[in-house]
Every structure is written in C-alpha cells, then in structure tokens.
Ligand binder design. Structure first.
Ligand code: IMP
Length: 499
C-alpha cells in the first residue's frame, strides 16, 4: 500500500511569524545576516559563508557573470547557469574571479572613422555616455581617444562628422597604467576632476575604465563577498552527465562551489556525481533538490556540502502540473530542517540547507530563514533587475524583463530533468514568461534586507542562527489571510480622489 502524508502540503503564504520580545539591543543595525553555505563540524568555521542569505538561481535568464559580480558585491552568491558549453561557463567563472572591483571592461566602443550618428545610436542602445575609441572598435584595442557628451553638439549637419574630428585624443587624456590600484586610480580621478579614467597597458591598449561613480559604489559595499585573494566568490551549476569534464574545468577557472542542478535530486546519479567531485577535486558541492528527510540524508551521506530544498514551487515551474510530483515549499523545508538538526545532534556536523523557489514576497524569505533555511535561492526575484542577462522590453505601458524556466523549450536544459532516458526534453517543465522590470539590484536588495532585519527584530533575533532557535510561527486560516490585507475600506485611487 502506498504511503500517505495525510497533512496537507503547505506553502509560505499559509504561515506568519509571531513576535518575540524585542530588546533594546535588537535593532536592524545590530542584525547580522551572515550564514554558512557549506558543512562544518561543531566548533569549526565553515570554509564558505555568505554575508547575506541570497543565492541567484542556476538559470540562463538569471545568473551570468554580470549578475554574479553584482550579487557578490552585495554579499550573496550566484550559481552561473550550467545549460551552456563547459568552455562558456568556465569563461564566465573566470571573468568573475578576474573581476577587479571598480575596473570595468569598456562596453561601448567605436573607431575614429565612425560618425556622430553612430555615437548617438550606441548611446541610445547601451545608455553609456562614455565611448572608448580604439583602433579596431574592440574593448581592448589600442586606445585612440574618448568621446563623452561634452565633446559634441548635436545638429543635423553634425551627424556625419567623423569621431576623429571631435573625440578627446589620447594625447590629451589623463590615464592610468595597468597594475594601478583602485585607490591610486581614484586619486587621479579627484586630482584631475575626471568622471572616467582609462587604464592602458604599455602598448596603449585599453584594459579598463574606472568611473568615479563606481568607486563611490564600491566604497559603499561593506558586505562584499571576497575570497582570500580579494576576488569575488562565485558558484556554478553542474549536471550528473558531464561532471567529469565540467567540474575540473570550473575548478581550473576558480569556482568556489558547485551545485548539482536537478528538479529531483534523490537519485543514484547525484550520489555518483558527489562522490566523484569529492574524490577528485577540492570544490565544494551542493546537491538537490529534495523535499523530505530521506532525500536529505541520502545526499548528505553521499558527501554533499549543502542541500537544496524544493520541487515544483518555482514561479516558472509546471513540474507539478506535468508530472504530479512535488511538495508545498514550507512543508518540505520544515521537514528537511528538522532532519538537518537531528543530523547535527547525532554527528556534530552542520549541513546548511537552501530553500529554492517559490519566494513571492520579501517576508517569505524571513519565513524560510525562520523555518530553518540557511539561505534562499531565487530566480524571479533577480530576473527583474538590470543585472539579469535578459532583454528589457516595453509591453503596453510597462517595462518587463524576459524570464524562462530551465525546463522550457527555450532553455532546453534536458540534463536537469533527465531520469536516465533520452538526451532531449520530451515535454516541458517550465514556461517562457515576463517579469515586471524593477530597476537595479542593489537598491532592491537593500530594501529587502532592511525588511528582513526589521522583522528579525520583531522576532527578537539578531542572527539567523538565533532565528532558527527562537522563531515562533503560526499557521493561518483562509479567513485570516483576508484579514491580513487591507480590508473593509474604500481604497483611494485616482478615479475616486475628488478632494
Ligand atoms: P523562483 O525563485 O520562484 O523563480 O524559482 C526559481 C527556481 O525554479 C530555480 O532555482 C529552480 O530550482 C526552479 N526552476 C528553474 N527552471 C525551472 C523550470 O523550467 N521548471 C521547474 N522549475 C524550474
């Protein structure tokens, strides 16, 4: 006879946090969101921790090198998508590890023989007002000049003017030489009242641009997630098929941690993958996804460094509709967190867990932390920002960003859904969609973090570990969910505001 879970499968929206005593010391400024992401023994320190409990999802539409740099800069980690060639994924990892905060590779470049019209079109397309002029128009070609909006006046006659006629030529530019530190670059920027300082090598080839605004942004990031060489920490998604080639290539590129990306991780394929990575590399490895105690223990006993929880709750996910497998995210998390705590009591080894998918409101993040998650993984949340790799489009009067699932025909990530069958997606488990555009990552993240810290103060906790131990959580009835929103009032909107 089948085994039945007779309790319904619960989602985050069915729970609320009940406040505990808030002491005077319990203020958002005193809350630390630092959290482990790999296993460690009692009394030891984890070898990789996050400064904020956020990971961006292993998805083409979410986690590339640009997102990874932006998120690490704020204290979280990206897992660069694995549904691309090994070479391309390793190149992205290499870019993140080689990224020097404040030094940017020039993204808007032209040659001296382009016209003012070309400059204006490029500016329109990229939004960048500084254009590097190199001998071949490439980001690392010989630097011949710079064009900013101070170099030209727009008129109909001027549109055909060649860039060489109005650019600030190299001879008149202040520049730094390769190897300069960020603080030296910043001194030059201030000394000469510049907005942008090009950095060139001995052959006058352009290496980077340093912008005044980036230096300020860099200084404002006390949570940056750096390794001991001051490079950003980065993760990458892998699969259970080509791991023998992919993981060594990622390790060589400098990856800090990998995660097996699968919709259902309770499998012998995952055990073999974990064991291979543990035996042959020093890379930390997370595994999943699982939704119960058995799945958690199986992967932990296989050697995994952290476990990812969640099947079917993702915003673009149709796994539950297509296959009828999954579990409400809250129920899954509560059971796996209990298994993690029991395992710690029995062995003295703490294995972090990541709640993956289904976060809709910011308070869902706090709830998942309270339910025992050490960090959360999100796709939709990050897809809305400038830093996600997808196109920003205007639909009607609103801006949106594209967002598609790894199991959609668009991503064709058959390895994620493979159960030992054909090398193709036989049916879709994800959709292709839009999400509302929400601006830059940092401003949004700051707001979310402030909400989490402030809720943690309501719960009387100044750390995630304390929240795990002391949170009080209540189930809510369907009628009290109605009570939770604005109700029994006439909301003011423009059509009613006659006063
Ligand atoms: P979200 O934060 O609710 O958007 O969920 C993101 C998570 O959905 C990812 O981290 C994956 O675990 C999962 N996911 C990504 N693509 C697909 C898909 O095509 N089908 C089902 N789940 C997916």
């Amino acid at each position: 006879m089948a085994f039945y879970y007779m309790e319904p499968s619960r989602t985050f929206s069915e729970f609320l946090l009940v406040p505990n005593l808030t002491t005077k010391e319990c203020t958002p400024g005193n809350v630390s969101l630092r959290t482990p992401i790999v296993k460690f023994g009692a009394g030891e320190k984890p070898s990789v921790s996050l400064n904020i409990p956020f990971a961006s999802a292993v998805m083409q539409a979410v986690s590339d090198d640009v997102m990874a740099v932006a998120l690490a800069r704020c204290g979280g980690i990206s897992f660069i998508f694995g549904s691309q060639s090994i070479e391309d994924q390793a190149a992205m990892v290499r870019k993140v590890k080689g990224y020097k905060a404040g030094f940017v590779v020039s993204r808007s470049n032209l040659t001296p023989s382009h016209s003012l019209k070309d400059v204006l079109e490029l500016k329109e397309r990229t939004g960048h007002s500084t254009v590097a002029i190199t001998h071949d128009g490439s980001p690392q070609g010989k630097l011949l000049g710079i064009v900013t909006s101070r170099d030209y006046r727009i008129s109909r006659d001027a549109l055909t003017k060649q860039v060489s006629e109005f650019m600030t030529p190299f001879e008149s530019l202040f520049y730094g030489t390769s190897g300069i530190t960020l603080s030296e670059a910043n001194d030059l920027i201030w000394e000469h009242k510049l907005n942008c300082l090009p950095i060139v090598d001995k052959e006058q080839k352009l290496d980077y641009l340093v912008f005044r605004k980036d230096y300020d942004a860099h200084k404002e990031n006390p949570y940056e997630l750096l390794d001991e060489n001051k490079s950003y920490i980065v993760g990458a998604g892998i699969n259970t098929k080509d791991y023998m080639e992919r993981v060594p290539a990622l390790a060589e590129a400098g990856v800090d941690v990998v995660v097996i990306d699968s919709s259902d991780g309770f499998s012998e394929w995952q055990r073999e993958t974990i064991q291979y990575v543990k035996a042959n590399t020093n890379v930390k490895i997370g595994a999943g996804n699982v939704v119960d105690r058995e799945g958690f223990l199986y992967l932990v006993e296989s050697g995994a460094d952290f476990i990812k929880v969640g099947i079917g709750g993702g915003s673009i996910c149709i796994t539950r509709e297509q296959k009828g497998i999954g579990r409400g995210q809250a129920s899954a998390l509560i059971e796996v967190a209990a298994a993690r705590d029991d395992y710690y009591r029995e062995t003295g080894i703490y294995v972090p867990i990541c709640s993956d998918g289904g976060i809709v409101h910011d308070y869902h993040i706090t709830l998942s932390l309270a339910m025992g998650a050490d960090f959360v993984m999100m796709g939709r949340y990050f897809a809305r920002f400038d830093e996600s790799p997808t196109r920003k489009l205007k639909v009607g009067t609103n801006f949106v960003k594209e967002f598609w699932g790894e199991g959609s025909n668009r991503a064709r990530n058959w390895q994620r859904y493979d159960t030992g069958g054909k090398e193709s997606l036989v049916f879709e488990e994800g959709v292709d969609s839009y999400v509302p555009y929400a601006g830059g990552l940092q401003e949004n993240l700051d707001r979310t973090i402030h909400k989490i810290k402030s809720t943690m103060c309501n719960c009387g906790s100044t750390s995630i570990e304390e929240l795990h131990r002391t949170a009080r959580i209540t189930l809510v009835s369907a009628t009290s969910i109605v009570e939770g929103g604005a109700h029994d009032v006439i909301l003011k909107d423009s059509s009613l505001s006659g006063e």
